[in-house]
Ligand binder design. Structure first.
Ligand SMILES: *[C@@H]1O[C@H](CO)[C@@H](O)[C@H](O)[C@H]1NC(C)=O
Ligand SMILES: *[C@@H]1O[C@H](CO)[C@@H](O)[C@H](O)[C@H]1NC(C)=O
Ligand SMILES: *[C@@H]1O[C@H](CO)[C@@H](O)[C@H](O)[C@H]1NC(C)=O
Ligand SMILES: *[C@@H]1O[C@H](CO)[C@@H](O)[C@H](O)[C@H]1NC(C)=O
Ligand SMILES: *[C@@H]1O[C@H](CO)[C@@H](O)[C@H](O)[C@H]1NC(C)=O
Ligand SMILES: *[C@@H]1O[C@H](CO)[C@@H](O)[C@H](O)[C@H]1NC(C)=O
Ligand SMILES: *[C@@H]1O[C@H](CO)[C@@H](O)[C@H](O)[C@H]1NC(C)=O
Ligand SMILES: *[C@@H]1O[C@H](CO)[C@@H](O)[C@H](O)[C@H]1NC(C)=O
Ligand SMILES: *[C@@H]1O[C@H](CO)[C@@H](O)[C@H](O)[C@H]1NC(C)=O
Length: 453
């Protein structure tokens, strides 16, 4: 059959079956760490609530999928049958709705920190585990009536960030095993440039990488290749660049306010301190608490909402559809050929095999233990009853901020009002510099939630 004709039939069938008017994603980074198992469970249960509410399309996993920690003494995975796939993924993100969603996955540095771990993560077979390649794109229908599409460009930032000669753990070993050379980064940058050019006519373009091109200035400015990546992002003005790596939730409007930088790296491992951006920009950053990011795209708006592990929406950021950039072109001098292993995954262990012998999904079912009990402080618990408003907490001896957490009658947090002085800022804001105290508030709320519901 004429391929064009086939496409038309498929679209017609789709429009009869389901009305497409939005795209909905849950964005999670830096998540698989048994040492933070209770936080992962919290994040997963909050994600399930959002997935059910919004009929989410997929989960976007921003890398650092598997850490060492808890009973695991190694980063990444040791084989396609590694129990981490079960204990840190299937048995955690298993809510009724969440477990039905595909995961669009990229890798982070921890996924490369063990010989051939990157291979096993791409080789692992599960219907929802979509770690298909190092570099790949997706073009998704957002709205059928207006024919609005969103392009996603998934990139592998590890070589760009660390360089070919990295001696960190097994990084350099794995780059070599993958067939990458000292010049591979030129091909990778050319591929990104070209992919952005191909996506340029779409009203929404999202570049998805593990390492930041904006937050934590020194991360970017200390790597020439990350500066080159940053320049590509600014050249093509995508709707947003999404990254993990730093364990916070953040957004910044950069590039003269025209590109959103989204950081969602608080999926499981311990959140860290805020990063200083190297460019002035409007934005917010939340540290010291785990969480994920919700992205809802319609024909009119792409909206990001940042949600804590206790299902509290802390802030949001949005951009309207973009218009195509004019007068710029991709430099394809080093564009790799289709199938080039510098871009596309080829399993070095199977490269010469005549038939594939990949194993089926992991069957091991080691039950990871973990506890979801609350933080120990009871300071606020006595006032945390149904319908109560909790307001003041001290962030340090020197300063007092006020945040308001309003409990519904079922003891879930029904509203959160950020400290007004820091609700919007041109500098990164750590709302939770007094994290211990706030954590105790959240802990108590969660404890009540746990025992009363
Ligand atoms: C989710 O899907 C259900 C069933 O298709 C539908 O009834 C509901 O309106 C949808 N919810 C949203 C928020 O789109
Ligand atoms: C590690 O394994 C031991 C023995 O099976 C278990 O008691 C413990 O809870 C595990 N630790 C974690 C963090 O899962
Ligand atoms: C998810 O898996 C855990 C085991 O890790 C189990 O205790 C829990 O009941 C499961 N939840 C659902 C909704 O299947
Ligand atoms: C880095 O790797 C390249 C390519 O293998 C090699 O030519 C160069 O000598 C290495 N540099 C260092 C400092 O190891
Ligand atoms: C930045 O944006 C403002 C307002 O949109 C515009 O007036 C200004 O020319 C832009 N600056 C640059 C350098 O693009
Ligand atoms: C950031 O803003 C401050 C204050 O407006 C200004 O002094 C500084 O030069 C700006 N830095 C950059 C990199 O634009
Ligand atoms: C979303 O962000 C805007 C701008 O910062 C703010 O006015 C609004 O209250 C936020 N909404 C929610 C639900 O957080
Ligand atoms: C494309 O990139 C190559 C290699 O970096 C460079 O030599 C060349 O000048 C570039 N071409 C354009 C048109 O920018
Ligand atoms: C695959 O074949 C190439 C060329 O013969 C060889 O250099 C390479 O070592 C082989 N790889 C494996 C894993 O056997």
């Amino acid at each position: 059959m004429n391929p064009l004709f086939a496409v038309v039939i498929t679209l017609a069938a789709t429009s009869l079956a389901v009305k497409v008017d939005s795209l909905d994603l849950l964005i999670l980074g830096d998540w698989g760490n048994q040492a933070n198992y209770p936080n992962m469970l919290n994040v997963a249960s909050a994600m399930d609530i959002w997935a059910a509410t919004y009929n989410s399309t997929a989960v976007l996993a921003l890398g650092d999928n598997f850490y060492k920690g808890g009973n695991y003494s190694y980063d990444g995975v040791q084989s396609v049958d590694d129990p981490k796939f079960t204990t840190l993924w299937k048995d955690v993100f298993n809510g009724t709705t969440l477990k039905t969603l595909p995961w669009w996955i990229i890798l982070g540095n921890h996924d490369w920190y063990l010989t051939n771990s990157q291979t096993y993560e791409l080789e692992y077979e599960h219907i929802n585990w979509k770690a298909t390649d190092f570099f790949y794109t997706k073009r998704i229908l957002v709205d059928l009536d207006s024919q609005t599409y969103a392009s996603f460009i998934f990139i592998e930032t590890d070589l760009l960030f660390y360089g070919y000669n990295s001696t960190k753990n097994d990084l350099g070993v794995n780059f070599a095993l993958q067939g990458w050379t000292a010049n591979t980064y030129l091909q990778q940058l050319a591929w990104i440039d070209n992919a952005l050019a191909e996506a340029n006519n779409d009203p929404y373009v999202f570049v998805v990488g593990h390492h930041p091109t904006f937050t934590c200035g020194s991360d970017v400015t200390s790597s020439l290749d990350m500066i080159a990546l940053d320049n590509l992002v600014n050249k093509w003005v995508p709707t947003a660049y999404l990254n993990g790596h730093h364990h916070t939730l953040a957004y910044y409007y950069v590039n003269n306010g025209s590109t959103l930088q989204i950081q969602s790296g608080a999926g499981g491992t311990v959140p860290d301190t805020v990063c200083a951006p190297y460019e002035n920009a409007t934005g917010q950053e939340l540290s010291n608490i785990n969480g994920f990011t919700h992205l809802h795209v319609t024909a009119d708006l792409a909206k990001f909402e940042f949600v804590t592990e206790f299902n509290v929406l802390v802030f949001n950021a949005s951009l309207p559809p973009r218009t195509p950039v004019v007068g710029v072109f991709a430099n394809t001098t080093y564009l790799p050929a289709p199938g080039d292993p510098s871009i596309h995954w080829t399993n070095p262990l199977l490269a010469n095999a005549t038939s594939s012998t990949t194993s089926s999904s992991a069957t091991t079912s080691t039950t990871a233990s973990g506890t979801t009990t609350a933080a120990s402080s009871t300071t606020v618990a006595t006032t945390a009853t149904s319908g109560t408003t909790i307001s003041t907490y001290s962030t340090s001896a020197a300063e007092t901020e006020t945040a308001t957490l309003i409990l519904s009658t079922t003891n879930t947090v029904s509203a959160y009002v950020a400290p007004s002085a820091v609700a919007k800022s041109t500098q990164p804001v750590n709302l939770y510099s007094g994290s211990a105290r706030l954590a105790s508030i959240y802990g108590c709320l969660f404890f009540l939630f746990t025992i009363l519901v």
